[in-house]
Ligand binder design. Structure first.
Ligand code: PGA
Length: 253
């Protein structure tokens, strides 16, 4: 029986409001909360909503600490397709988070394995992640944990699957420019988060969401491993929820 709480929301805007609301709830309860953040197209409206809450409602990130799920190997934070650049552009530059409290893998280090060990140690030193925001890949990946990843995996260097490289090539001038290696937190790193919110919007995610929620709990679909997490919610718009067969409550917003 899946332990995933499924929340079906009206649209992408409502998903963003719900996800931002979960971040804000942590920050109000614990101003120095540790937020785990994702890149990709899905969380962009969530970051816009957090920026709005900061400007209009006084939501403060002044004591917050953030970790990101992944980063391309070989790209510096100044590269426009790096995940550091994405986070600066969509969130960090627009709120009062302290730069020294934002942690992403450095994709330019000479020893990426050491960088991964240091990242895990930093998460532990700050007391663990309170809330991971996740997206989901078409093949069920979370972060760059592709199908077949070990549920006990930790931060490491990986080679994303060809379908993931192809999906991400939409952001690059040419597919050959997409880095072939990345640094990612592991499935164990994610599952140790106190709470998890996976966001999915659009019909192209519907079949994968159904596999993750209602399919077998298996590394073949890494997101399905979240079925074992005690506090995991999937925040879905109507389209992303459209392949779920079980009765799910649809929230009005
Ligand atoms: P997307 O990426 O939000 O751009 O769809 C999700 C992912 O690959 O994890």
């Amino acid at each position: 029986m899946s332990g995933i709480e499924v929340r079906v929301l009206a649209d992408e805007t409502a998903v963003a409001a719900a996800a931002a609301g979960m971040c804000a709830a942590w920050l109000r309860r614990r101003p120095n909360a540790v937020l785990g953040l994702a890149t990709g197209s899905t969380p962009v409206p969530t970051y816009s909503e957090l920026v709005r809450m900061h400007r209009e409602e006084g939501l403060s990130f002044a004591q917050a600490r953030t970790f990101n799920l992944d980063e391309y190997f070989g790209l510096s934070g100044e590269h426009e397709q790096s995940y550091r650049f994405f986070m600066q552009q969509h969130l960090f530059n627009h709120v009062d988070v302290r730069p020294y409290n934002t942690f992403l893998f450095d994709g330019t280090v000479p020893d990426p394995e050491q960088e991964c060990l240091a990242f895990e140690a930093k998460i532990r030193a700050l007391g663990g992640v309170d809330l991971w925001l996740l997206g989901i890949g078409g093949n069920g990946h979370i972060a760059f944990n592709e199908p077949g990843s070990d549920p006990e995996s930790r931060s490491r260097v990986v080679a994303p699957n060809p379908e993931t490289v192809a999906a991400n090539s939409r952001y690059f001038a040419h597919p050959s420019l997409v880095p072939q290696l990345a640094l990612t937190v592991g499935l164990a790193t994610i599952s140790e988060g106190r709470s998890i919110a996976l966001l999915a919007t659009g019909a192209q995610k519907a079949a994968t969401v159904a596999r993750a929620v209602e399919g077998p709990c298996s590394p073949d679909c890494p997101a399905s491993l979240l079925q074992n997490h005690p506090d995991c919610a999937f925040l879905l718009d109507q389209a992303a929820a459209s392949h779920l067969t079980a009765r799910v409550s649809r929230e009005r917003s």
